[in-house]
Design a protein around this ligand. Structure first.
Ligand SMILES: NC(=O)c1ccc[n+]([C@@H]2O[C@H](COP(=O)([O-])OP(=O)(O)OC[C@H]3O[C@@H](n4cnc5c(N)ncnc54)[C@H](O)[C@@H]3O)[C@@H](O)[C@H]2O)c1
Length: 354
């Protein structure tokens, strides 16, 4: 990093990249040095926002750029060449979730980065919300340890809208890979535990615009005994979205009614719930800004790398277990040989500048 500023090559200039450009522009310790997308109009539109940045049409050109990291905001399928190019250039990788669209491919990316000694972080931005941290604090203070929970995410996601990506309309299991991955990862993060068994059913309601399943129902059992009842859908049939994550704990409940905030708690005999004050937040901005700071601090050697590729594989194993369970009609133990075994996180203190 030059003068503490993280120099970023932003790869993939679609819907998500626009948020990243906002976040990087506002961060005095990060800058975009190059923009890469095979589509010329996208390069030009992004280039107009970053006058000093090189515009690249091919991954081959990454090697000539003075940079510290690549940020992959590309569709998750077919990222092997991007990962390899970053590794050849010795650039740290921040990849949007999911790392790949199969568990096997994601494991190959993690192995490639590890072999090259390149730090690989995955953008699980929901971990970085104030509401997520506040929930964990409530377990430790007000209500005690959780024993079971219900997580519902109901959304009519009109995938044809101009500002949204289009590939989920055609991909396999779009809800699981694109959306539930955030939720399954949050379960591991908030409960500080690993799943031991998953029973799931995925399906597509008759009005779904997605080629493959837009609905996921799952019962997840964690190693510390926590049981989760999860329902997520992109084909809820009302435009107004609904979200509720209710944790049942030793002395009461924690209620989160918005995926970005709205937190409260109640002890068993309380008449009313108590709202938990949260700092003001800008959706998709503050969470990504915090994630970028965490990436930079890890690269500077100040902390372990959060959301590492190896850690992400543990959440992707949950996605894969849901698919296997739905296909077979059986609960899947997480040591099922059809799931790739978890890999050790061997690069906790990445410091490419050292
Ligand atoms: N973390 C979040 O909250 C969040 C939100 C939205 C999207 N995402 C993720 O961001 C990623 C991108 O999603 P999106 O909505 O921007 O998709 P998109 O389809 O809108 O944009 C993808 C861009 O990548 C480009 N591209 C395709 N192949 C490429 C290649 N080989 N090299 C360089 N560029 C290439 C496309 O031309 C397009 O401009 C996905 O992984 C998605 O899941 C994350």
């Amino acid at each position: 990093m030059t003068g503490g500023v993280l120099r970023i090559v932003l790869v993939g200039l679609g819907a998500r990249s626009r948020y990243w450009l906002d976040v990087i522009e506002a961060d005095p310790e990060a800058c975009v040095v190059a923009l890469m997308d095979p589509v010329a109009e996208r390069r030009e539109a992004a280039g107009a926002r970053c006058p000093g940045a090189a515009l690249l049409a091919s991954l081959d050109e990454i090697a000539g750029i003075e940079a510290d990291a690549v940020l992959l905001a590309t569709p998750p399928g077919g990222r092997a060449a991007q990962i390899e190019a970053a590794c050849r250039a010795g650039l740290a990788i921040l990849a949007e979730k999911p790392l790949a669209d199969t568990l096997a491919e994601a494991a190959r990316h993690v192995a490639t980065a590890e072999a090259a000694g390149v730090p690989l972080m995955v953008g699980l931005n929901f971990r970085f919300l104030a509401v997520t941290e506040a929930t964990r604090r409530l377990f430790a203070s007000e209500v005690g340890r959780p024993a079971f929970s219900r997580f519902t995410y109901e959304r009519w996601r009109d995938g044809h809208q101009a500002h949204l990506n289009k590939y989920p309309l055609e991909m396999a299991q779009p809800m699981l890979w694109e959306q539930s991955i955030h939720h399954l990862d949050l379960l591991r993060h908030v409960y500080g535990a690993e799943p031991v068994r998953i029973y799931a059913r995925t399906f597509n309601p008759p009005w779904s615009m997605y080629r493959d399943d837009a609905n996921v129902s799952a019962l997840v059992t964690f190693g510390n005994g926590i049981e989760v009842n999860y329902q997520g859908t992109w084909a809820a049939n009302w435009r107004r979205p609904a979200f509720e994550w209710r944790h049942e704990c030793e002395r009461g409940v924690v209620l989160q009614r918005d995926q970005f905030g709205e937190l409260s708690f109640a002890r068993r005999d309380d008449e009313r719930e108590t709202a938990v004050p949260l700092p003001p937040y800008r959706q998709w901005i503050d969470d990504a800004a915090a994630l970028l700071i965490a990436f930079r601090r890890a690269l500077a050697g100040e902390t372990a790398l959060p959301c590492s590729g190896a850690d992400h594989l543990r959440s992707l194993r949950m996605v894969e277990a849901c698919i296997l369970s739905s296909r077979s009609g059986q609960a899947i133990p997480m040591d099922d040989p059809r799931l790739l075994p978890p890999v050790a996180d061997r690069m906790p203190h990445a410091n490419p500048t050292a």
